[in-house]
Design a protein around this ligand. Structure first.
Ligand code: NAD
Length: 738
């Protein structure tokens, strides 16, 4: 029988080599057709008496990237339709049966009576790795770039094709659960050390060795289907089990605050499954899987973190009338904290970089940042010396603006001072080559006003990076009223080259990300001034799903910078534009007490010297609180809501103001840019999934108690009245409504 996505060649020894190779795609994924074909192949090879054993591999560089999430998304949509037409029982049954299919196919490999070997020639993730786990033996080629793992939890679900059962039967429960909780993908050597890959061999020998294992009498029975099988981490109800499962629940709470049903289900599957025989355990896993799949957290995360992010990475907002740009050489003016980091990530992406600063020492210091990064990566084995040298050879440090003349892109990252910026624009413009574009990394100065300094404003654009540049995956691209299509397209192509995710926003003070996150910081000040204990402020923010508390974040971004921004806003727009109590608090911290944040070891927290202990909230902070509330009288749920609502309502305002034009960008930008809780799907999904009407009611309640920062904009009130969602009202046909 011929298959669309697989080739089968059976050799003279009766060993069938199944090569997965989806035509026209760069990666194998488990979609509806390959899932169904895989099921048929397993049946066919199991019943074919001529076949003695099976080796499964891939015809692509990677083994398999996992399930096609659009398929899961479509299953959810069918479930929703069935719910309306046929009721809950039929709809849930449908989803359970769909979830069972792959799991059952993989189980058929395990109990089919023939030895199967996974020949892992490249990265194997999610369902692809679950296929490998169901094989009786796993051999990987010694490719340092290969990663194996089960990352499903990162998009709100969990491995539903046996992953939660086979992993803790192959390695100690604690290690398996850690790997599942983190969605960790590890290299093959590590996987071998953990006992989840049997052999690592040279790439050229992979298939040969896989066949050798079968010929040498490799067993067609999984260890857990053998009578004397013992769980590597001990039985659930054993001393070892007790030592793990009790703290595991606490660990889950500490890591997730129980905001992620997918993570909770991992623990439930492992706890229940390890007490059961494999077939029943897999049924239990499928039940949880179909339940989690229909959770709003999974829907929100799949939509924002997979579908929307992929769309944005592929250039959803790119003008189609401009041919693709490939930035080969670029200049960065201002080789300080940001410029140096942008230079490093660009050189890492293969771009030649000229770092320009006021004097040679400053430019050299900028290049020194890359040298330090390279040295660290080489010493940790993450990069070879040759790769590191190649990166450094692409960076030139200079003071000479002539070097701009053959650059495709210039990024300015000098001091946040209008005059200094204008001065560099005047100097750089005469050297800009035809077709090159000029970007600023300003974080606060309106792009429209900076563009006025430019002779040809169509070439001018904002490309706002987040710190630390090598870790933060977002770039916020800001278009001015006069930015041309070529500038936008080139900026997007460049961001893609350096493998970051772009969002495109229109100009406004704080653009999009800072505008929202600023309100999170301010809410922290508000709570402090109301008398909420500082530790409670920090913990509640994390309970709400933020990665760090507002006081901690403030320390990282520096309190003096916060004060500077407040003063600049006041000078530009007037005293009513800022909260004078916030300014008073910062003046007290920065100017009277010299507490600038982490950078001088003293902020809302006290920082120990490097390597000595942990940071601690500054004990005297309570002295600055006008009153102190009794923690038992504080409504924790309301504090949590305030942190998220205040950011989400600002995001809604950015839509009303025309800063954000596509909800996907607000959502993805909020998660990647400032850590808005991923389980919500992002700022606007948070509103959509709550329901606009309910959200507006919550805003009005909070407005009454806490003031106008919670006042819902007209747009939201109108949407609530009409029963609209952001995705329903604003998204192009391609995106999916909530
Ligand atoms: P920085 O002070 O670390 O670096 C600025 C660099 O510009 C210095 O090396 C300085 O010598 C150089 N410089 C000053 N005048 C110059 C001139 N006329 N010609 C050439 N070089 C000159 O500042 P930074 O934190 O890197 O910020 C740079 C820009 O990036 C600012 O616009 C800032 O708002 C923006 N930004 C900063 C962050 C952040 O977290 N620090 C985040 C996003 C954006």
């Amino acid at each position: 029988m011929a298959y669309k996505n697989f080739r089968i060649e059976t050799d003279v020894d009766g060993i069938a080599l199944v090569t997965w190779d989806i035509p026209g795609k760069s990666m194998n994924v488990i979609d509806e057709t390959s899932g169904a074909e895989l099921g048929l192949i397993i049946e066919q090879l199991t019943s074919d008496v001529a076949v003695k054993g099976v080796v499964v591999t891939s015809g692509k560089d990677a083994f398999c990237a996992g399930a096609d999430l659009t398929m899961l998304e479509a299953m959810n949509r069918t479930h929703a339709q069935m719910l309306n037409l046929q009721g809950e029982e039929a709809a849930n049954k449908y989803l359970f049966n769909e979830a069972r299919k792959l799991s059952q196919s993989f189980r058929n490999i395990e109990v089919g009576g023939k030895p199967w070997v996974a020949a892992i020639n490249g990265t194997a993730l999610g369902g692809g790795f679950e296929l490998a786990l169901a094989c009786h033996h796993r051999i990987a080629s010694d490719n340092a770039k290969t990663r194996v793992g089960l990352p499903e939890v990162k998009i709100g679900i969990f491995p539903g094709a046996g992953g939660t059962q086979r992993l803790p039967r192959l390695m100690p429960t604690m290690d398996a659960v850690q790997m599942l909780f983190k969605g960790e993908a590890i290299d093959v050597k590590k996987a071998q050390a953990r006992g989840i890959i049997g052999e690592v061999v040279p790439a050229g020998d992979l298939i040969l060795k896989a066949k050798d294992w079968i010929k040498a009498g490799g067993k067609a029975v999984a260890p857990w289907d053998q009578k004397d099988f013992k769980l590597p981490g001990g039985a659930v109800y054993s001393k070892a089990g007790l030592q793990f499962f009790q703290p595991a629940t606490a660990m889950l709470r500490r890591e997730t605050y129980d905001n992620y049903p997918g993570a909770r289900a991992i623990l439930q599957c492992v706890y229940e499954g390890l007490q059961l025989p494999m077939d029943t355990a897999l049924r239990v896993e499928s039940r949880y899987f179909s339940k989690i799949l229909r959770s709003k957290e999974a829907a929100a995360m799949i939509r924002s973190l997979f579908i929307s992010m992929q769309d944005l990475n592929k250039g959803a907002r790119r003008p189609t009338n401009v041919p693709p740009a490939n930035v080969r050489k670029m200049a960065i003016i201002g080789a300080g904290f940001m410029g140096a980091s942008v230079g490093f990530v660009s050189a890492q992406a293969g771009i030649d970089v000229v770092l320009i600063d006021r004097d040679q020492d400053a430019a050299d210091k900028g290049k020194g940042h890359s040298k330090a990064n390279v040295d660290a990566a080489v010493s940790k084995g993450r990069m070879t010396q040759a790769e590191g040298d190649a990166i450094l050879s692409r960076i030139t440090a200079t003071t000479d603006y002539n070097a701009i003349s053959d650059c495709d892109l210039v990024i300015e990252a000098v001091f946040e001072d209008r005059m200094v910026k204008a001065e560099t624009y005047a100097k750089a413009q005469p050297f800009l080559k035809k077709g090159a574009i000029f970007a600023t990394n300003t974080s606060t100065l309106p792009i429209n006003s900076l563009a006025e300094e430019f002779k040809d404003p169509s070439k001018f654009i904002g490309v706002h990076f987040f710190s630390p540049v090598d870790k933060m995956m977002l770039s916020e691209i800001i278009v001015s009223e006069k930015t041309g299509d070529v500038a936008l397209a080139t900026a997007l192509d460049y961001v893609r080259q350096i493998k970051k995710t772009p969002i495109v926003v229109n100009d406004s003070r704080g653009f999009y990300a800072n505008r929202c996150v600023m309100l999170f910081l301010f809410e922290g000040y508000e709570m402090l001034l109301e008398g909420v204990p500082p530790a409670m402020i920090e913990n509640v923010a994390k309970m709400a799903g933020m990665p760090v508390g507002p006081l901690s974040l403030n320390d990282e971004t520096a309190l003096d910078l916060g004060l500077k921004i407040l003063r600049a806003t006041e000078a530009d727009i007037g005293t009513q534009a800022i909260n004078q109590d916030h300014k008073k608090l910062l003046v007290e911290m920065v100017e009277k007490r010299g507490r600038l944040g982490r950078k001088n070891g003293r902020g809302f927290y006290d920082y120990p010297e490097k390597g000595k202990g942990q940071k601690k909230l500054w004990p005297e902070l309570t002295v600055l609180q006008p009153k102190l509330l009794d923690p038992d009288t504080i409504d924790v749920e309301e504090l949590k809501q305030r942190f998220l609502v205040v950011q989400a309502v600002e995001a809604a305002r950015t839509v009303e103001d025309g800063v954000i034009t596509d909800p996907r960008e607000a959502d993805v930008g909020s998660i990647l840019g400032f850590g808005f809780p991923p389980f919500t799907g992002g700022t606007l999904s948070y509103i959509d999934f709550m329901g606009t009407k309910k959200f507006v009611e919550l805003c009005l309640k909070l407005e009454k108690k806490y003031g106008s920062r919670f006042t819902p904009p007209k747009l939201l009130i109108e949407m609530a009245a009409k029963g609209e969602t952001f995705y329903g009202r604003f998204t192009s046909k391609k995106a999916i409504a909530a």
